[in-house]
Design a protein around this ligand. Structure first.
Ligand code: FAD
Ligand code: DCQ
Length: 424
């Protein structure tokens, strides 16, 4: 009998728990440890921030659903992972020992790298966590009562650009519906070299299409931007040229701002030699396995991946839902192989597939593989995406409540559009 511990109960960790339990031998024990007592569907946070969703709509208490599948749940954060000792020290000093560990802790949000950034000690809002989205929503209500300029975007070193575009468009839609759009100048500030780069070197004509939508919606943009500091109501931005040299300084006044921060690894693993890279992301091989600690795997935003290409201002590579699901499936198979005394064989496909909501329309993209040139490089927009994203949210919440792993029909649909989670 083996004890398999999954650290994190987010998008990756929850799927991992269900797939691992289904893939493990009957006597193996699976335990999920999470700092957050609830699961949140993170892609819906932008909707919470404009009150199109309530927190309860996107939140699940995972204890019941996990218990029904015979999975243990500990709602206490990890203070330190001890891979030499094959154990985790929890915040309450309890110790949990494991035979296999899957790290799925998502990002630490690096607000502290820029003075004045973030909802805790700074002046910008965040949608990365549902707690932030709720704060952003309260601030939004005050803002719409007394509107002014908006600055929205993603800072240097960010990797998650999709939600910045989504939130810009969602706010824009909400303001139009309130008939106060005319009182709100909007500026998109991003470290990307061009609009629609997305940390992926662009996908299809994402540059042309997103620029066009920004023009239609009167959203100005500044690319190759580093946020120098944020003061109450003013963002200080340095725009760079193609060579990365300073081109222009901007002082952007705002009454409301949301900026995606850079990500790092969480404190519980930071600085563990051989486990993490200098930013605290878990280093893994092609089978999601750490090279030094051979019983430790990692999935989701906490894994280390290099940028797709070098850019004048640093940007990271996004890790999207489907990519994460493919890491989950590969990891479940690979741990089962080890349990059977075999070697890990499965590799995740890392395909980037994403639905981005723009409030009334939306954009979908498929990038296979992630690094260009690609076999599939498809970007499209339309109202169907907005509806598809709502559908996907309901479907995913259902899946988390019921503990179903990838049902047959999902595999059939994805196969029909040429997507698979495992490399042949
Ligand atoms: P998370 O979902 O963040 O889960 C991390 C888990 O680890 C949490 O349960 C947390 O409590 C736990 N944890 C953290 N620290 C500790 C600790 N010390 N001890 C124990 N547990 C800990 N991708 C898409 O494909 N489509 C989208 O539309 C999309 N929208 C996004 C919108 C936003 C605003 C953001 C930020 C990302 C979005 N993504 C989207 C990207 C990605 O799918 C999400 O970031 C996703 O939540 C990542 O999953 P994860 O499991 O890696 O981390
Ligand atoms: O896991 C996903 C996820 O959650 C993070 C999303 O965010 C809402 C996604 O958009 C996945 C898997 C997706 C992608 C869903 C794709 C559904 C259908 C794609 C059809 C492709 C067009 C031909």
């Amino acid at each position: 009998m083996a004890h398999i511990v999954i650290l994190g109960a987010g998008l990756g960790g929850m799927s991992m728990a269900y797939e691992m339990k289904a893939m493990a031998r009957p006597d193996d024990k699976v335990t999920v440890i999470s700092r957050d007592a609830s699961f949140h569907f993170v892609p819906s946070n932008p909707w919470v921030a404009v009150d199109w969703r309530k927190r309860k709509d996107i939140e699940i208490d995972p204890a019941g659903p996990l218990a029904r599948k015979g999975i243990d749940f500990i709602a206490v954060g990890a203070k330190r992972v001890d891979p030499e000792g094959n154990r985790i020290v929890l915040e309450d000093d309890r110790i949990v020992e494991y035979d296999y560990l899957v790290i799925a802790t998502g990002p630490k949000l690096a607000f502290d790298e820029i003075p004045g950034l973030g909802p805790h000690e700074g002046f910008t809002q965040s949608i990365c966590h549902v707690d932030h989205a709720e704060t952003a929503e309260r601030t939004w209500q005050r803002f719409v009562a007394d509107p002014g300029p908006i600055v929205v975007g993603a800072v240097q070193g960010a990797s998650c650009f999709g939600p910045a575009y989504e939130f810009a468009m969602i706010m824009e839609t909400d303001l139009r519906r309130r008939k106060i759009r005319d009182r709100v100048p909007m500026t998109f500030v991003t470290s990307e070299p061009y609009v629609g780069h997305l940390g992926l070197g662009g996908v299809g004509d994402s540059k042309g299409m997103l620029e066009s939508i920004f023009r239609e919606r009167h959203i100005r943009w500044i690319c190759n931007a580093k946020v120098d500091r944020v003061e109450d109501g003013v963002m200080h931005v340095i725009e760079h040229d193609e060579d990365g040299k300073e081109k222009k300084r901007h002082e952007l006044p705002f009454k409301y701002s949301m900026m995606l921060p850079a990500f790092k690894g969480i404190d519980a693993v930071f600085g563990i030699d051989g486990l993490t890279n200098p930013r605290g992301f878990i280093t893994i091989d092609a089978h999601q396995r750490n090279a030094k600690y051979r019983n430790v795997f990692a999935i989701g935003v906490c894994v280390a991946i290099p940028p797709v290409e070098s850019t004048p201002v640093p940007v990271g590579t996004p890790k999207t839902g489907y990519m994460i699901e493919s890491m989950v499936t590969a990891t479940a198979h690979n741990i089962r192989a080890l349990l059977d005394g075999a070697e890990p064989r499965e590799r995740a496909t890392w395909n980037a597939v994403c639905l981005a909501d723009f409030g009334d329309t939306g954009a979908a993209f498929v990038a296979l593989p992630q690094i260009p040139p690609r076999n599939v490089n498809w970007f499209s927009q339309g109202k169907w995406v907005h509806l598809a994203k709502i559908g996907f949210e309901k479907y995913f919440m259902h899946k988390m409540r019921n503990g179903t792993t990838e049902p047959v029909y999902e595999r059939v649909v994805m196969k029909a559009v040429g997507l698979a989670k495992l490399k042949p």
